[in-house]
Design a protein around this ligand. Structure first.
Ligand code: PGA
Length: 247
């Protein structure tokens, strides 16, 4: 399985940041020949990012509306992202769930929209700190997965990102044992939901992935890649992470 190392720039990046994408694109094939590298910049940069990447790395969106077009001021459809040069989109990031009240049914509709437009859907799930402290994390992630991942999910159109909310932007990461246990659990839930072919669907880990912990995380069983926030904003840091992808 080729690992997918995806950068999520969130609401960061003006035109000057395109040089980071050029730098990453120049080195990606040499430093991670067996991994897929993706950067999801803000929507305003997708088109120019795709030009800068020139097919050497993939460019994605951070969110999309379920409908292809319509009277939805401020929203962007999956078709628009595709038209701008994206080949993937993140859906159901915990920041969208938390700040915009997105529930798993909406996330599933967005995943279907991504597929309709021919995009890879990176569907995010993950428990909060209090849910983990209560011992509910496995159940929470299982139900988010069941409700957010439509049954048409396939290896070619879907990746899952497990991102414990308490590890995002905090510098805390789950231990390799915790990651392995959760990813194995997600794998079984996914197989139960979409069948045996789900064994090939990549399950990414996200939450404070940095150059210093990337190797350990990317060698953890059932980890099919990483979703990287803060450390993806700088080309050298992001390179240091994806150069640790499984050979
Ligand atoms: P982080 O963010 O790497 O800055 O913790 C990860 C994410 O939210 O995707």
């Amino acid at each position: 399985m080729r690992q997918l190392i995806a950068g999520n720039w969130k609401m960061h990046g003006l035109s000057a940041a395109l040089s980071e994408i050029e730098t990453v694109a120049e080195t990606a094939v040499a430093s991670a020949p067996n991994a897929d590298i993706l950067i999801c910049p803000p929507a305003t940069l997708v088109s120019r990012a795709a030009q800068a990447a020139a097919g050497r790395i993939a460019i994605g969106g951070q969110d999309c509306h379920p409908e292809p077009q319509g009277a939805f001021t401020g929203d962007i459809s999956a078709e628009m992202l595709r038209d701008a040069g994206a080949s993937a989109v993140i859906v159901g990031h915990s920041e969208r769930r938390q700040y915009y009240g997105e529930d798993s049914a909406l996330v599933a509709a967005k995943a279907r929209a991504a597929w309709r437009a021919g995009l890879l859907a990176i569907i995010c799930i993950g428990e909060t700190e209090s849910q983990r402290n209560l011992g509910d994390h496995l159940n929470v992630c299982a139900s988010q997965l069941t409700d957010s991942v439509p049954q048409e999910a396939r290896v070619a159109n879907t990746a899952i990102a497990y991102e414990p909310v308490w590890a995002i932007g905090t510098g805390k990461t789950a231990t390799p044992d915790d990651i392995a246990a959760m990813h194995a659990h997600i794998r079984e839930c996914l197989v139960g939901r979409v069948g045996e072919q789900a064994r090939g669907i990549r399950i990414l880990y996200g939450g404070s992935v940095k150059p210093g912990n990337a190797r350990e995380i990317l060698r953890t069983p059932e980890v099919g890649g990483a979703l990287v926030g803060g450390a993806s904003l700088s080309a050298p840091e992001f390179q240091a992470i994806f150069s640790e992808a499984s050979p």
